[in-house]
Design a protein around this ligand. Structure first.
Ligand code: SF4
Length: 95
């Protein structure tokens, strides 16, 4: 159903016939870590997240997995391969 309070007119799974069923009956404002995220929208209580009602919880155990402004850097180790040995190994494997 559509939210009638914080983001009036926006489809929300927490809004029902009894109103907002989320904890404390409303979504919560974004936290400092959210600054710069594209999912921030203006609600009647201030800036809120368009993807999750409790932004602070999204940062409790690391980076928010919905965040658009922070990317997880995966480090890959460069393994040095001797092309001559690799070629011999490949050739040996074909036998
Ligand atoms: S998606 Fe994550 S980082 Fe972005 S506003 Fe929502 S809670 Fe904050």
């Amino acid at each position: 159903m559509q939210c009638q309070t914080v983001l009036a007119g926006t489809e929300c799974t927490f809004w029902g016939k009894q109103g907002c069923s989320f904890n404390s009956g409303s979504c919560q404002v974004v936290v400092e870590n959210c600054e710069g995220c594209d999912r921030i929208v203006d609600g009647t209580i201030g800036k809120v997240c368009g993807a999750y009602p409790a932004p602070a919880k999204k940062w409790l155990s690391g980076i928010c997995n919905f965040a658009t402004h922070v990317k997880i850097e995966l480090k890959t180790e460069d393994t040095k391969v001797n092309p001559l040995k690799a070629s011999k190994k490949a050739a040996a494997g074909k036998k």
